[in-house]
Design a binder for this molecule. Structure first.
Ligand SMILES: [Zn+2]
Ligand SMILES: [Zn+2]
Length: 256
């Protein structure tokens, strides 16, 4: 699996971090997890166009994770050559209503005419595909938020938290995973319900015994603490979790 953090930021604008979006490539397929505003262009900077996207996975429907679905459908509608391959969209309960709501607002501008859209709502469980498997657990964030564990055919594993607080769901998804991507929204001194801090991320990484921890979804306040205090902070986290810790930037790339 090839993993690229497309946007390592949040709903707050940042000069260095784009809105949340993560790309996973498996066997030539493009799996995109969350598409905050501007994600389509961020993907395009890596030569991934709206025609290349095979699967869209949504962790929840806060705007910073979902808004660019509109731009993606719009681009697919008008792209030449036309998209003919089906598009698969997976998300928690509410996906169907969200999608229909967008169609009601934007109508013909986004209504796919040349390809099929397959929506799948899932709050917990597994979906098995030809070359990979997805495991879904509900997480503690917002009415229906989910996280994903992706397992490739050769046994490699990757967990993407979306937004979450510390909860059993993320521990189950992260259990002994090769690479764990966690949201790291706020500094430890400004912890908010339904979100993680650097120390909570390290605690989850330690308890789940993951192989590598990647921190993303970094709000400006947390970013400031990381930038001003990087060595000290990472050293502190390494006391809790002994594996590799990476603070993601936009376009950070990893092989899993
Ligand atoms: Zn978010
Ligand atoms: Zn959220």
């Amino acid at each position: 699996m090839e993993l690229t953090i497309i946007g390592s930021g949040t709903g707050m604008p940042s000069q260095t971090r784009a809105y949340p979006c993560t790309l996973v490539k498996i066997k030539g397929k493009h799996l995109v997890f969350d598409t905050g505003p501007g994600s389509l262009r961020q993907l395009f900077l890596l030569n991934v166009t709206c025609l290349d996207i095979d699967h869209l996975y949504y962790s929840h429907f806060h705007m910073d994770h979902s808004l660019d679905l509109v731009s993606i459908l719009f681009a697919m509608r008008y792209h030449v050559p036309k998209r003919t391959r089906p598009l698969y969209i997976t998300g928690p309960t509410g996906l169907q209503a969200f999608y229909e709501g967008l169609l009601a607002v934007y109508k013909d501008g986004i209504d796919p005419k040349t390809f099929d859209v397959h929506l799948k709502e899932i709050d917990r469980g597994e979906v098995v595909y030809e070359d990979w498997k997805i495991v879904v657990e509900p997480l503690k964030h917002f009415t229906m938020s989910i996280g994903f564990r992706i397992e490739s055919q050769n046994g490699k594993t990757l967990t993407y938290s979306g937004d979450t607080g510390y909860c059993d769901g993320i521990l189950r998804l992260a259990k002994k995973v090769n690479t764990l991507i966690l949201e790291c929204s706020f500094p430890d001194e400004q912890q908010i319900e339904g979100h993680l801090t650097p120390r909570l991320c390290a605690k989850i990484a330690h308890e789940s015994e993951c192989g590598r921890l990647i921190l993303t979804h970094i709000y400006p306040n947390c970013d400031m603490v990381i930038r001003n205090n990087n060595h000290h902070l990472i050293a502190e986290l390494k006391n809790i979790y002994h594996g590799e810790i990476v603070v993601a930037s936009d376009f950070s790339r990893f092989t899993v």
